[in-house]
Design a protein around this ligand. Structure first.
Ligand code: HXC
Length: 276
């Protein structure tokens, strides 16, 4: 396989949901850099237009498509518009998410429904709309869903999101087997704390909160949104052609290293393996 990473998605066309901000926007820009045309789909027109314009300034081609992933008809319309514009569809990034931290006992039925609707039903709506078109066209493709490690560790305050993300993992594994016959690969990426405007202001706005989050990451830094976009580009590309039904965890070791506090072993005064 002689595929150059720099052009590994040349001529391809992808849909990125939640593509107007954060990891979704960074992913759209990276896919365009790798040679793909991109449709950014999300609820708010302005950020989508801004990302599409930025792709254009960098020499790529992008379509801004306002649609709520919870609405199957709107998703169908959006995917159809992407197909019309680019003449093909090679895959999807399920990035759109909704989340808020709340004690489970205070979560209302509507709060549960809103998050599960966006994360699980939205991912299914988009996956189904894109995959049916790839199957009809006899075209192989690749779908990546952005999840979180709490899909399997769980995390207090996020029962709605954790349950929905676990559903996305199960959907991914099921379809990876069922649709392998069509050459459709499905994988998940599980980013750890990632430096984005939204996360920064919502999840670690206070300096001490930021420090607390950082201290839970063995690599002692946040992920950059572009590096998560780059890994997604890799999973979409033929370089990952034998990878399906997998989860690529990119969390700086956070989900493994919760017990590590202090400097790396060997640099501090404690014996190797000592809990500090
Ligand atoms: C308690 C809340 C709440 C909060 C909303 N609700 N916010 N309850 N605490 N902070 C409740 C509302 O009261 C309402 O229930 C129900 O949820 C629906 O709220 P709406 O605002 O009407 O819904 P909607 O406009 O559809 O908004 C959906 C949303 C919102 C999920 C609630 O936050 C949203 O759209 N977020 C999109 C962006 C986002 O969240 N991105 C974060 C993704 S990050 P009642 O009973 O009052 O009617 C992520 C991964 C993080 O997911 C990983 C970290 C490692």
């Amino acid at each position: 396989m002689e595929e150059n990473a720099v052009e590994s998605l040349a001529g391809r066309a992808y849909v990125v949901t939640g593509g107007g901000t954060g990891i979704g926007a960074a992913t759209a820009l990276r896919l365009a850099e790798l040679g793909a045309s991109v449709t950014v789909l999300g609820r708010r027109r302005d950020p989508l237009e801004a990302v599409a314009a930025e792709v254009g300034r960098r020499g790529g081609d992008a379509l801004a498509c306002p649609a709520d992933v919870r609405d199957p008809a709107a998703v169908e319309e959006g995917v159809e518009a992407a197909l019309d514009r680019f003449g093909r569809i090679d895959g999807l990034v399920n990035n759109a998410a909704g989340n808020f931290v709340t004690p489970a006992e205070r979560l209302s039925p509507n709060g549960w429904r809103a998050v599960v609707d966006i994360v699980l039903n939205g991912s299914w709506n988009c996956t189904s709309a894109v995959a049916r078109r790839m199957i009809d066209a006899g075209r192989p493709g690749s779908i990546v869903s952005v999840i979180a490690t709490y899909a399997w560790t769980g995390h207090p305050g996020t029962v709605h999101s954790a349950a929905a993300k676990a559903g996305v993992v199960s959907m991914t594994r099921t379809l990876a087997v069922e649709w392998a016959r069509y050459g459709i690969r499905l994988n998940c990426i599980a980013p750890g704390p990632t430096e984005t405007e939204g996360a920064g202001s919502a999840l670690w706005a206070a300096p001490e909160e930021r420090e607390r989050v950082l201290s839970s990451v063995p690599l002692r830094r946040f992920a950059g949104a572009p590096e998560i976009g780059d890994l997604t580009g890799f999973l979409l590309s033929d370089r990952a052609g034998y990878v399906t039904g997998a989860i690529l965890t990119a969390d700086g070791g956070q989900s493994l290293g919760r017990q590590i506090y202090g400097p790396p072993i060997g640099e501090g005064s404690g014996a190797a393996g000592t809990r500090r």
